[in-house]
Design a binder for this molecule. Structure first.
Ligand SMILES: [Zn+2]
Ligand SMILES: [Zn+2]
Length: 915
């Protein structure tokens, strides 16, 4: 076989795109329910259709592709199902911005035409992220690409909603919800970002109605909401307010009086004055207190968080104030109200106060608690089985530490507000008969959207009913709201497989095998999939949930455009190749710790790709031609050793992948190739390969080629492109590495004696090299070296390795008992049971060597002191991860061994100098 041609340097750009296209065209990623293997399925966390591949996706998707390619090679029936999410508010915002540039608005376009525009936008830009995923090498079954708004999935969403409604798990209610006054929609609790700010705490006096000389003092950070107060609460056992419960106070700036109620939940007697205002329409705890005491709710803001005329009228606000604040934003109204209270002598004091402010995760506008009719999912009956599934191990969360977070959160979970007041999304399948609801259906928003009051009675059905079941009327108004994006992603693991139809895909691939996700959406998404899966499929949606870390910059800072510290995976792939990026992310994916990513690291693994390439070029010069590796017993030592190491690497990689330790698997692959295969094995066999008459020539070429081929298959899931490119040039059967069997451990390859021998060998070469440096021998100079081992058998083995030692140690090596060594001018170096004697020839400048030694000793001491100092610092020891501490301890021990050897060498050289 003539040597195949590989370019001198590896060019990922020339290789990656070409292979991806071939793989995809030949259908290697396509799954079939009838495939014989045991099913293995992952549904991708669908990226937003507005998205562009960021480094978090790159990590998430690389890890999934490693699992998928690994399982596929193991012969499993593999499906990796891709898709994108319609991302309600995010997508609507993008298209609204586009319209703004054209001097149009959503409202001017109208709902139907706006939705058309969003679909147009999706057709043009919606595949951006999909194409970027292909660049990363993701082996998804693209024939099954889904979109949360496609026909099948929309059908599944409606089905799920109607079933939940029919089971009494969906209701309409007036609740305080988080409201974004800019996006004009409800937000779920987890869509609100909290920020600590410096605010003010205002103390306001409320005079007693029947005796204005007595005041109750309440404190608030939001004085403008006082106009909506409907009670003041005190602790029922607080002696300061003995006898006041049931009496009334005058609400300043209004003509209302409000009751004093006793409430031990809302009021902490130890805090402040012990009197608390209750504003049920503008505060979550007050809302609940209002429920307990049957208080009215007066909402004084409109949906833009401006002072609302209906609300202010209902609150009976004094006309003089009303005129000043009407339609003003809450912030402006605050100053006016504070000033009025001050003039009335009712503002007792103003203090600085730290407080937490909720902001819209989408547009960063301050979120308002806002009273409005919404659709809710009754969550407790769904959460209980979802808690149980994790408690009894039907779902495993990895790393296990997150299990308690999940359980804690699920036990506290509140009803899920699933309606959103936007246009882009799944319309809620509810209709209101205009005849039956004629009296309450009276108003619309400026954009023409109907406002559906709580009293309206909906008909919930999969499609608009032809006739009203009550009055047989035909005129309906559709519910204007759409569903929370997480509703459709909550049923993603089975809607994508064809549910509610009983498809072969659903039967074969559900429950899926593992969900790979970041911690940030454990509650947004993972918990909901578990609840919905158990509800509709009667089984968990996945067996394992693997939670990976977040990717941060090299200093551990969150990546953000404004900080300019973003690592763009597209740019990095362009520069270093997708393989290098994938390998970097996998090698850093330690459980539970943030990944501190620097571009240098990716560059480092690009060098690894180059190293593999050079290894291939070397192998090509010595190909065996066919694939028929002989049993280890027939091989000389270097082959037996590398085969044993490869067997160990196969074992490690498989075990670690089983445990989702991508980092350890990647590092085992790297260590084997770089340090064992290239640094040692290739060096050891060079003389054999260069000697065309060498008796071990043929078998060594075979070992060189076939161990490389096995390792390429082992590496393939991590670096799919370069492995395919090289594998194709080695003798092989089959048309692609993708469908080759994943290497399994070969117990016959294990050879403890070869590994022990190598360990002695490696130490001897290390000592010889150190001595050569110390004595300043030029690289080409042959040196006389004596070696011995305290065990006779090992010394005997060393005799058989004389050639190998001579080759790597560059000298005449004599493995003989120490009694036969020359008595003078030999530098003795001792480690373990090994003693190496290096002849000190007349050319050696002893004074120079001593100077060199002194420097080395100083450096060793300095480094030892540094490590010791760190290990003695309680701050370091308490913060550093255990493996870093172990590593420091090991290095300190190694330094102490070095120090002993250096001191001994120093004494020996002194003695020689004086002789
Ligand atoms: Zn917003
Ligand atoms: Zn009707």
């Amino acid at each position: 076989m003539s040597a195949p041609q590989l370019d001198k340097t590896y060019d990922p750009k020339a290789v990656e795109g070409r292979w991806y296209q071939t793989w995809n065209e030949r259908g290697y990623f396509h799954a079939s329910p009838t495939h014989p293997g045991q099913p293995y399925c992952i549904v991708i966390p669908p990226p937003n259709v507005t998205g562009s591949l960021h480094v978090g996706h790159a990590l998430n998707h690389s890890l999934q592709d490693i699992l998928i390619r690994w399982r596929r090679m193991q012969g499993r029936n593999v499906l990796w199902l891709p898709g994108t999410d319609h991302a309600g508010i995010a997508t609507q915002n993008v298209v609204e911005k586009q319209l703004m540039n054209e001097r149009m608005s959503r409202e001017s376009l109208g709902r139907e035409r706006f939705i058309e525009r969003v679909w147009q936008w999706k057709a043009t830009y919606g595949n951006t992220i999909v194409n970027q995923q292909k660049q990363l090498g993701e082996s998804c079954d693209w024939d099954r690409l889904r979109f949360t708004m496609d026909e099948g999935l929309s059908k599944a969403v409606i089905e799920a909603f109607v079933r939940l409604y029919e089971d009494g798990l969906i209701y309409r209610g007036e609740r305080l919800i988080n409201w974004c006054p800019r996006c004009l929609t409800a937000l779920s609790d987890i869509e609100v970002e909290h920020e600590e700010i410096k605010g003010k705490l205002y103390s306001i006096d409320y005079p007693l109605d029947l005796n204005p000389t007595i005041h109750l003092t309440v404190a608030t950070t939001r004085p403008e909401t006082m106009l909506g107060d409907t009670a003041v609460a005190v602790h029922p056992e607080d002696p300061r307010y003995n006898g006041l419960i049931g009496k009334h106070v005058r609400l300043p700036l209004t003509s209302r009086t409000i009751p004093i109620v006793g409430d031990s939940i809302l009021v902490d007697r130890e805090l402040g004055t012990g009197a608390v205002k209750i504003t049920p329409a503008h505060d979550f705890s007050d809302f609940e207190a209002g429920e307990r005491h049957h208080l009215p709710r007066i909402s004084i803001f409109d949906d833009h968080a401006r002072m609302d005329s209906n609300g202010l009228t209902e609150a009976a606000v004094d006309q003089s104030i009303m005129g000043k604040i009407l339609l003003r934003p809450a912030r402006d109204a605050r100053a006016i109200i504070i000033e009025s209270l001050r003039q009335a002598g009712l503002l007792l004091k103003t203090e600085d106060h730290k407080m937490s402010l909720g902001k819209c995760y989408r547009c960063k506008t301050v979120v308002e608690p806002y009273l409005s009719p919404q659709w809710f999912v009754k969550i407790k009956p769904l959460a209980e089985p979802a808690i149980k599934a994790v408690e009894d191990g039907r779902i495993r969360i990895i790393p296990e530490g997150w299990t308690n977070n999940y359980l804690g959160w699920m036990r506290e979970i509140r009803d899920w507000c699933v309606s959103r007041q936007i246009w882009w999304g799944h319309r809620i399948p509810a209709w209101y008969c205009q005849t039956c609801n004629g009296e309450v259906l009276v108003s619309t928003k400026p954009d023409g959207t109907w406002i559906i009051p709580l009293e309206a009675r909906p008909v919930v059905a999969k499609t608009q009913p032809p006739l009203c079941p009550t009055c047989r009327g035909k005129d309906f108004i559709g519910d204007p709201d759409v569903l929370d994006t997480w509703f459709s992603s909550g049923i993603w693991p089975f809607s994508t497989l064809g549910w509610p139809e009983q498809t072969p895909e659903l039967k074969t691939y559900y429950p899926t095998s593992v969900l790979v996700t970041g911690l940030d959406i454990l509650f947004f998404w993972v918990a909901r999939m578990i609840m919905m899966g158990l509800k509709f499929m009667g089984d968990v949606p996945f067996r394992d949930v693997y939670i990976h870390a977040l990717v941060r910059d090299a200093e551990g800072q969150k990546m953000s455009k404004s900080k300019g510290n973003v690592i763009d995976p597209l740019h990095v792939m362009e520069q270093f190749g997708a393989d290098a990026l994938r390998f970097t992310l996998a090698s850093m994916a330690s459980p539970g710790r943030d990944i501190k990513l620097a571009e240098e690291r990716i560059e480092g693994y690009r060098n690894f790709a180059n190293k593999i390439w050079n290894g291939a070029r070397f192998a090509h010069m010595h190909l065996a031609g066919t694939k028929e590796l002989r049993p280890p017993a027939e091989h000389p030592f270097p082959n037996r050793w590398i085969m044993s190491r490869l067997n160990q690497t196969i074992q490690t990689v498989t075990t670690e992948l089983d445990a989702y330790r991508f980092d350890r698997a990647a590092n085992a692959l790297y260590q084997f190739f770089w340090h064992e295969y290239c640094d040692w094995y290739l060096e050891l066999i060079k003389p054999v390969l260069q000697d065309s008459a060498h008796p071990h020539g043929a078998i060594t070429r075979q070992a060189l080629q076939d161990t490389f081929e096995v390792w390429l298959r082992l590496l393939h899931p991590f670096m799919p492109f370069i492995t395919e490119e090289i594998w194709q040039t080695l003798p092989h059967t089959g048309e692609t590495i993708i469908t080759q069997p994943y290497p399994t451990p070969l117990p016959a390859w294990h050879d403890a004696s070869a590994e022990n021998t190598f360990s002695v060998f490696e130490q001897i070469i290390g000592l010889i090299r150190a001595a050569r440096v110390l004595l300043n021998y030029p690289p080409g100079q042959e040196v006389r070296v004596f070696v011995t081992h305290e065990e006779l058998a090992t010394t005997a083995t060393l005799v058989t390795l004389k050639q190998d030692l001579a080759h790597l140690g560059r000298g005449q090596i004599s493995p003989i008992p120490i009694s036969q060594w020359p008595t003078s001018n030999v530098l003795h170096l001792v480690t373990g049971g090994i003693t190496v004697g290096v002849s000190v020839e007349g050319t050696v400048d002893l004074k120079n060597s001593l100077d060199f030694l002194t420097k080395q000793i100083t450096e060793t001491d300095r480094e030892a002191q540094r490590l010791d100092g760190k290990l003695k610092s309680t701050d370091f020891v308490s913060k550093a991860p255990p493996e870093v501490i172990t590593d420091h301890q090991n290095r300190l021990r190694a330094l102490s061994r070095d120090r002993a050897m250096l001191t001994s060498s120093e004494q020996q050289l002194h003695a020689m100098l004086e002789a």
